[in-house]
Write a protein that binds this ligand. Structure first.
Ligand code: PLP
Length: 426
């Protein structure tokens, strides 16, 4: 059987396949760059595993209190080595990225302290953590105030505004690396480093936390290489490599991590308890695979940016910009476009490929939202997935793909559904 025959059986026409292959042919130099970053990060991860003497006993798991859980303790050392930090808290008990961020913030802010975001509005779910939107148990309820300095209109840092916003009360600065679901640029680790240097120059005692979600292993460095006191993320995104079924991480200074551990479990207990049950192998193996999984996701993002841009759609980031995270947005311009795109992503999935995503109202959002995902791990967004609110400019955000080949199929399928709906001409 020929390749185009199996693609035809999957539902991809020869027209879509040859359009796609022509685009991909021109991306070879960029893909090589991505592969060399993956090679660097793969070596970094293996080095960290070897240095910390990872061995079969690490995969055994514990129950109950989990005292002396070698696998858990060693994994935390491996993460600290990878991120070049003094310490790390990496646990299946951290339920998601928002939880990890909430721990890092609430452990290191006390009543009377002020939190500063110098990069504009943080990720949606943090609004209730901080108290921007009212919520029980928010930082605001505990007497922690919040200040925000928006980015300038060109997406750069408002250094003057940031300087003016730092006061006696300021205690912690939070920087989000990825644009998340906004139309602002994502930041390189180097840009984040410049911002950290500027802030520490004004007040060396300030704690800087970076929300590292979707950014891990996209570059050869991490924000912790540039002076961040804490970097925080989710294991069902990049660093879990698609295999981690749950979990979050916080890597940083011993001082910060000790406080985070007391907040996660209990004061006095910290990192000593926390049984790892039977998930350790997946957390190690997922981290091991993460650099190449991230590379596959990035290739998919770049392919789609180039394909859709060539068809006349506005894409963020555009076809040639450097990448600092794995998220791609495509302004499809219509409800029908969003439906077709999501149908394509869903139809290409290894799981639930036969279901049809439909827009629906979810709490906290004004507009209907559509989501496409056929994932092995529920809600995992390192797996190929797409979502977006049904409103102007009808932009879809998509990310992930455990392999480049699957990402390619997903994007080709989205093109096929757009073609079938008469929304594009090839
Ligand atoms: C996904 C994400 C979060 C929240 O993570 P969840 O696992 O969804 O709770 C926070 N910040 C950014 C930038 C994210 O992308």
């Amino acid at each position: 059987m020929q390749l185009n025959e199996i693609y035809r059986e999957l539902g991809i026409s020869d027209a879509v396949l040859s359009f796609s292959n022509n685009i991909i042919e021109k991306l070879k130099p960029r893909f090589e760059e991505i592969d060399s970053i993956a090679e660097f990060n793969q070596a970094k991860v293996i080095n960290a595993m070897q240095k910390n003497r990872v061995n079969a006993t690490c995969f055994a798991g514990t129950t109950g209190y989990g005292h002396d859980d070698v696998g858990r303790d060693t994994l935390e050392k491996v993460y600290a080595s990878v991120f070049h930090t003094e310490a790390a808290l990496v646990r299946p008990h951290i339920t998601c990225g928002t939880h990890a961020l909430a721990i890092a913030l609430s452990a290191n802010l006390l009543p009377g302290d002020e939190l500063l975001s110098p990069v504009g509005k943080p990720y949606d779910t943090l609004e209730e953590v901080i108290g921007i939107r009212e919520s029980a148990c928010s930082l605001k309820e505990y007497g922690v105030t919040y200040k925000q300095v928006d980015l300038l209109s060109d997406g750069s840092f408002d250094y003057e505004g940031i300087k003016n916003a730092i006061s006696e009360k300021t205690k912690l600065v939070t920087i989000q690396r990825s644009k998340g679901y906004q139309m602002r640029p994502s930041f390189s680790t180097k840009q984040i480093g410049e911002l950290i240097a500027f802030i520490k120059n004004i007040r060396p005692d300030l704690t800087v936390m970076v929300d590292n979600c979707y950014g891990e292993f996209v570059e050869e460095t991490e924000p912790s290489d540039f002076g961040a006191d804490m970097v925080v993320g989710s294991l069902i995104k990049n660093p879990g490599g698609g295999l981690a079924p749950i979990g979050g991480y916080i890597c940083g200074t011993q001082k910060c991590i000790d406080r985070c551990a007391f907040r996660l479990s209990a004061p006095g207990i910290g990192q000593d308890v926390g049984a790892s049950l039977s998930v350790m192998t997946s957390l190690y193996q997922g981290l091991f695979l993460s650099p190449t999984v991230v590379a596959g996701a990035l290739k998919g993002a770049i392919f789609s940016a180039n394909a859709y841009e060539s068809l006349g759609f506005n894409v963020v980031p555009n076809s040639t910009e450097p990448r600092h995270d794995i998220i791609q947005s495509v302004e499809l311009g219509s409800r029908e476009g969003m439906l077709a795109f999501c149908h394509g992503i869903q139809a290409a999935a290894p799981v639930d490929s036969y279901v049809t995503p439909i827009p629906y109202h979810i709490p906290g959002y004004d507009d209907e939202v559509i989501m496409a995902a056929g994932a092995f791990v529920q809600g995992s967004s390192i797996e190929l997935s797409a979502d977006g609110p049904m409103r102007e400019p009808y932009a879809i955000y998509f990310q992930g793909g455990l392999t480049w080949q699957h990402a390619k199929l997903g994007i080709m399928m989205s093109l096929q559904k757009m073609l079938d709906a008469g929304l594009i001409n090839l």
